[in-house]
Ligand binder design. Structure first.
Ligand code: RB5
Length: 154
């Protein structure tokens, strides 16, 4: 599986740790983040990871900034992206199972490296459950596509 990973200046060390951890597990990592600790604007990495996932160059993506929030907002502006900020494994797992999240985000200032590994594992080991969840994800994508939600008019 190919994973795109991106980060800002706050998350350089965390990105390196998670990248090495996942490479050891056999994942192919496409690193579009920065390795510099000079200020680096997180929307650039969020956008790049979003484009790689939406375009099929990566199967899934991981985005890390200080809180995970800014980079998730940027990634979510790319059509087709469902990026979720997760600070513990339960939400990470459910974001795959129920929301079909395709980018995992977390904060290098919020979680430690060992917790981050558990979050990443929970997310990568889970898969979308479909059925009733598919209908709801379809609604989210309808809003993105049309800026309208037919079900809200009923
Ligand atoms: C950088 O100071 C910080 O704003 C960024 O890493 C992130 O937390 C934004 O959401």
């Amino acid at each position: 599986m190919k994973l795109a990973i991106g980060n800002d200046h706050v998350a350089v060390e965390m990105k390196k740790e998670i990248k090495a951890y996942l490479e050891d597990k056999g994942y192919e990592i496409i690193d579009v983040g920065t390795n510099q600790t000079d200020r680096f604007d997180y929307p650039i990495s969020g956008y790049k990871v979003g484009k790689m996932v939406a375009g099929g160059e990566a199967d899934l993506g991981i985005c890390i900034c200080g809180t995970g929030v800014g980079i998730s907002l940027a990634a979510n502006k790319v059509k087709g992206i469902r990026a979720c900020v997760c600070s513990e494994p339960y939400t990470a797992k459910l974001s795959r199972q129920h929301n079909d999240s395709n980018i995992l985000c977390f904060g290098a200032r919020v979680v430690g490296v060992e917790l981050a590994k558990m979050i990443v594992d929970a997310w990568l080991e889970a898969s979308f459950l479909g059925e009733r969840h598919q209908r709801r994800v379809d609604m989210i994508m309808e809003i993105e596509r049309t800026q309208h939600l037919a079900a809200a008019e009923e």
